[in-house]
Design a protein around this ligand. Structure first.
Ligand code: C6P
Length: 407
């Protein structure tokens, strides 16, 4: 993989910020977009725009074909058994809400348990808390070790015969810790519990194979993997999705609505449309298809190895710097390209603001993962996160500026 060649595909990387070339290290928040994705969006709106599955005219047919072909490619990317297991949502957040609301309306209620880890992004905590308040089920939280890794013994010991679903991120958005999904999925299934994986930080960066992992649900966002904002995916095993009630009601998700006297009779559409009420983000789906093509072309193992190399290089050099504290496990083999840190005497926001003066984009705050920061006894961290177009030269510049700011 040649990051210099890849960079040519990303027009935004030519930007200067405060007179300096942009160094974009905020990829865990959202990635930049290659020309191939931007051109696909332009081509769709310029030549093919129409609503899907609704009309027989040419534009509607073309839009429908582009949309459904993208679904097929996205399904292959994560190795689903069928494209109908790919449900389009607005992002990871909406995908998890879909599962929480649908299971909450269906088969999780009083006396049942849901198991969640304390390293989760708020979007894998709050939907469950909202539904638990209505339905009266119990949420258990699995502990995290001091270095940010999952306490597997605690997680596994909290799965009981009452557990209906276990929820865990594949990769932490704070530490980059990679969780052993196969291990926890087996523990969940041994107790007849479902397994939901938040793939927001894994699907963009490594090969994720839903059949190999044997997970029941996978949620991820297009905008973190070179695709447009406003589009994401919920993967679900077909036999499970078939039994779940719909999440939202409206057009597209019904097969038939008729009135018999005052009685409204409704039958749901087939998968995946049962879960796709209303006009979807058609351009977003087609753009995400182009992003998946781009990543497939690079090869997900190459993407993963490139980021691993950058992370090793950055951590090695950062460890030699004064007045900086790095968080997360020392064993980098358990981590993706995310580095949380703090600089003595500076808040995370001040740190990010200082680097922004030099054109370097970092994220600061608690990254929508307040419980994990609570475990670290921190109110916030600064975070550098890498992607396919980042280079060692950029890391060198980052370290150089760090040395100038904090000698
Ligand atoms: N994390 C970050 O800077 P949405 O907003 O729906 O696309 O993704 C939510 C989400 C869910 N799970 C994980 C692990 C995530 O990292 C995110 C998004 C961004 O870390 C924005 S808070």
């Amino acid at each position: 993989m040649d990051p210099q060649a890849i960079r040519q595909d990303f027009p935004i990387l030519n930007r200067k910020i405060n007179g300096n070339p942009l160094i974009y290290f905020d990829n865990a928040a959202t990635s930049q977009k290659p020309r191939q994705v931007i051109d696909t969006l332009t081509d769709y709106y310029t030549n093919h725009n129409g609503n899907i599955h609704r009309a027989i005219h040419t534009l509607s047919s073309e839009a429908t074909e582009l949309f459904e072909k993208a679904r097929e490619r996205i399904g292959k990317f994560i190795n689903t058994t069928s494209p109908s297991e790919v449900i389009f949502t607005r992002g990871t957040t909406e995908a998890i809400n879909l599962v929480a609301y649908s299971l909450g309306c269906g088969n999780i209620g009083s006396g049942d348990e849901v198991l969640i880890s304390l390293m989760e992004h708020h979007s894998n905590i709050i939907p469950w808390e909202i539904i638990a308040q209505c339905k009266g089920f119990t949420i258990k939280y699995a502990n995290i070790n001091k270095d940010g890794t999952l306490n597997y013994d605690d997680f596994e010991s909290k799965i009981t015969k009452k557990t209906k679903i276990c929820c865990l991120s594949h990769v932490s958005n704070v530490t980059g810790v990679i969780n052993d999904i196969k291990r926890v999925t087996k523990a969940a299934h041994d107790n007849n519990a479902l397994m939901l994986v938040d793939g927001a930080q894994s699907v963009p960066h490594m090969k994720v194979n839903v059949r190999d992992l044997d997970i029941d649900f996978l949620a991820f966002s297009g905008h973190k993997m070179l695709g447009p904002t406003g589009i994401g995916v919920l993967y679900g095993k077909k036999e499970i999705l078939q039994k779940m009630p719909p999440f939202q009601g409206g057009g597209e998700m019904i097969k038939n609505v008729s009135f018999d006297k005052d009685q409204c009779n409704i039958s749901w559409n087939e998968l995946p449309w049962k879960f796709e009420a209303g006009t979807p983000d058609i351009a977003g789906v087609i753009g995400l298809g182009a992003a998946v093509d781009y990543l497939e072309n690079l090869g997900m193992n190459n993407v993963f190895n490139h980021e691993k190399e950058l992370t090793q290089y950055a951590v090695e050099h950062l460890k030699k710097c004064n007045n900086i504290t790095l968080y997360g496990p020392n064993d980098l083999s358990q981590r993706c390209g995310i580095i949380p840190f703090s600089i003595n005497g500076f808040s995370s926001h001040d740190t990010a603001a200082m680097f922004n003066e030099y054109g370097i984009a970092l994220r600061s705050g608690y990254h929508c993962a307040q419980p994990l920061h609570q475990i670290f006894k921190l109110s916030s961290t600064a975070r550098a996160s890498f992607y396919v177009y980042n280079t060692k030269t950029e890391i060198d510049r980052f370290i150089e500026i760090l040395g100038e700011l904090i000698p």
